[in-house]
Every structure is written in C-alpha cells, then in structure tokens.
Design a protein around this ligand. Structure first.
Ligand SMILES: O=C(O)CCC(=O)C(=O)O
Length: 435
C-alpha cells in the first residue's frame, strides 16, 4: 500500500485540448475577453470589409485582450492601441489552409483531413428560416428535447414563449407519487457513476449489441429539485432537440428500435445533401481515403437520418468530444451555425494534441468526414457582441419570427445532421443483398 505525504497534490495537468478550451472559456476578469492570439484562431469567414467585421467591432481583436500574455511595456503599448480597437490581423490568422471551389461557386477550406469549412453557406434568408424552424418546428413532439425527461412539456412550448404565457410548466418528479419518487431515487443511486462518459463506436458494437444494450437500459430518470417555470424560463434552459433517429445521451447510443424512429425533416435533409453534393471529394480525400470511406458515392447515397439542434446561451459551452455512435464512422456530419459567432476547436483523434481554434459565424457550415470524424471538437466560447443585424427585429416579422429573433438575441444555434445507417444495412443489421 502506498502512503501519501502531507505535501501530496493531485495531478491536475490538463491535456493540450483542455488547456485551449480553458483559455477560451475564461471569464475570470469581468470585461476582459480571452486573447484570440494566444492560440491563434483561423478566421476564414470574416468579411472583407473591416467595418462589416462584427468580431473586430466587438473588440475581440483588441490588443488589450492579449495584455495578460504580454510583458509590462508591451501591455502599456497595447492598451494605447486598444482604444482604437487595434488593427485587424492580417494573413497570419488565415493559417496555411487549402481552399477548394464547390460546384455552386462557393469557397471551402480544408481545415483538417476530411473537414471543410464553408463560410457563409446559408444566405440571410436561409439563416432566418432555419432559425425559426429550429425553435418553432423542431422543438415540437415527437422530437425529444433536453428538458423532456424532466418537465411535463406542452407540445406548444415555443408558442407559449412567443405569446409570453405566464402559465407554469411543472417538473415530472414533483408529479410522481411518493413511492414512485422513492423508486426514482433508488434507481438514480444504483446508477451512480454508470453513465457512459465516452461512447463506444457504433460500428464496433453493431446493431444487435446496440439493440440489446438499449433493451437493458431502463430509461432516463427525471431530476429532483427542479422548480416550475414558464415557457420563457424553459426556452432559456433548452440545450438541444433531437431530429430523426433518437440519440440517447446517457448511454451514448442511438435507439435503433424501428418503433422509436422519427423521420428526419426532409427540407433539412435536402439542404445537407446539397452541401455534400457540391463538394468534389477527390479534392479533399486521398485515393486511399476515397476507397476506405466510400466518398465517391456520397453524392448519391448520403441521406441524413439523425441530427441535433444545439441551443447555446451566451455562457454555454460544449466540451471537446468525438461523435462515434453512428454505424458508418466516415459519412459526413454537416454542421450549420446561426446567430452569434463562436470559437470552434478542431483537434486530432487525441486530447493530447492542441486543437486549432476556428471562428464560426452565422451561416457558416462545417463538414466533418472520413478520418475527420474521429477528431475531438467542441465550442468553448460563444462570442459576445457578434450577432449580425439581419437578426434585429423588423416591422415585417410575423409573431413567430419576432419570438425567434428575441431568442437568438442572447444565443447561438448549431444544427447538425448525420447518417447512422450506411446504405445497404437493413434496420435489423443485415446487409441488403448485392450491397
Ligand atoms: O455547436 C457546434 O458548432 C458544434 C456542435 C457539436 O460538436 C455536436 O453537436 O457534436
């Protein structure tokens, strides 16, 4: 048995990924923004004109933000320059990244193997349409929301938010009988520590094992100690809504029971398919990678069957993670940003490698495919003061759009789509003949 001396301190060394995450998350000093130069960000989607660059206008590039990283004299000079917001950084912030031309004429940047950033893929109207759909349509049943396990949600949650309803919505736990509450408590205690932190790859588990594990899982449990809230309060607490095949956050597996499948929204599927079709994947993947991933066929057979809409309030973050629950580990994940800009960290397949920070603005798309699907990624910071003016209220807005704009005034939305089932794989796990 080893003994610990009184000077023993736990090993709290952070991985390079966590160090970068921590830097961007830092809010320790009020009014101080984290430096964008300490871990230089790539910023391919910035507008050409300085006066259109909301990050610059909001002071994100101010040298004053770098002060903590500087020696005292450089800090004094920086403070002087900061009054004029500083200079917008030049080429260094573009990084050494290959650009490609999409068939639509749009420009993409290969920010890592298999990962493409397409700045401004969605125009302003498309962003507004997707904003409204994300909040008003995609939050309706049967789609599960982050709050569904915990609150008796009405189907018209967003309409209540829109109308400013003062009606209270009650926690599920509070509505249980006392013996049911005891059962929930006992089940929660027996599961303590059993929650999957990192999921196993869907491909390694296979359909049958996923179905077996799903059957053994007794369901998510409602939390105790929540208070009743109005729709206004709950729309601020909302973190995600699930589209299509249901992803189980606690087990980190998809629910592959055909009876549980929810159709993926067709208009979103078309939009994401179009993105995949516009890319000439031979420009992105090596011959070996084309062969290994089946990328040559994605234009024809990429059909998203699941997705998540992530809702961020300004202080929300998403920890670095890898999405590995899909049965095909290579097919593209299409990811769209709306509202405030954010720092997106794109790492390698290990947290021991520092990630590349990338600025994502409203309308930008990231496609992650092939080996790029195994890369750690996350969102350590939503960037204050960067909401584009097309999200400002407009007198021609209908009531639903007004409410959607009210929501995004303090937030960011990410809409992403994935394909769980590779073509040819039937829902019971068998391969279709000839595939
Ligand atoms: O919000 C984003 O841009 C990233 C979302 C993400 O990484 C995810 O849903 O897995």
């Amino acid at each position: 048995m080893s003994s610990q001396s009184s000077s023993w301190t736990p090993n709290i060394t952070l991985t390079p990924f966590r160090q970068v995450e921590k830097h961007f998350k830092n809010r320790a000093i009020k009014g101080r923004l984290p430096s964008l130069r300490k871990y230089p960000v790539v910023d391919h989607s910035r507008p050409e004109k300085v006066e259109d660059d909301l990050l610059w206008l909001a002071g994100w590039w101010s040298p004053e933000n770098d002060a903590a990283e500087m020696d005292p004299s450089a800090r004094r000079r920086a403070k002087g320059k900061a009054r004029a917001l500083g200079e917008r950084p030049g080429d260094i912030m573009q990084g050494s990244v290959r650009s490609i031309r999409l068939s639509s004429g749009k420009k993409g940047y290969v920010v890592a193997d298999g990962c493409i950033l397409i700045p401004g893929y969605l125009n302003q109207q498309q962003q507004l349409d997707l904003l409204e759909a994300s909040l008003s349509k995609y939050t309706r049943p049967p789609n599960p929301l982050s709050l569904s396990t915990h609150y008796n949600l009405p189907p018209d949650l967003f309409e209540r938010y829109e109308s400013g309803s003062s009606e209270l919505i009650y926690p599920i736990f509070d509505g249980l009988t006392s013996s049911e509450q005891d059962e929930v408590r006992a089940a929660a205690a027996s599961r303590d520590g059993q929650q999957a932190l990192e999921g196993q790859a869907g491909q390694d588990l296979g359909v049958e094992e996923i179905l077996n594990r799903q059957k053994a899982w007794k369901g998510d449990l409602p939390a105790e100690g929540l208070v009743p809230k109005t729709a206004e309060g709950l729309m601020g607490d909302l973190r995600w809504t699930n589209l299509g095949l249901v992803y189980k956050w606690t087990t980190k597996m998809y629910d592959l029971d055909p009876a549980a499948a929810i159709p993926f929204p067709s208009e979103l599927a078309t939009q994401c398919r179009d993105m995949i079709r516009e890319v000439d994947w031979r420009e992105v993947c090596s011959d070996v990678e084309m062969e290994r991933t089946g990328a040559a066929r994605w234009a024809e057979d990429y059909v998203p069957d699941t997705g998540i809409v992530n809702f961020y309030q300004m202080k929300d973050t998403m920890m670095g993670h890898v999405d590995r629950a899909e049965l095909d580990p290579y097919r593209p994940l299409s990811s769209i940003s709306l509202g405030h800009a954010a720092v997106f960290l794109l790492g390698s397949d290990s947290r021991d490698v520092a990630p590349r920070p990338i600025i994502l603005r409203s309308g930008d798309v990231i496609l992650m495919s092939g080996s790029g699907r195994q890369r750690y990624h996350g969102v350590p910071r939503v960037l204050e003061g960067t909401l584009p003016s097309h999200f400002d209220p407009d007198e021609t807005d209908n009531s639903s759009m007004k409410a959607a704009k009210r929501w995004i005034a303090t937030g960011r939305i990410n809409v992403n789509a994935r394909q769980v089932y590779p073509p040819g794989l039937k829902r019971n796990g068998e391969m279709r003949p000839g595939s």
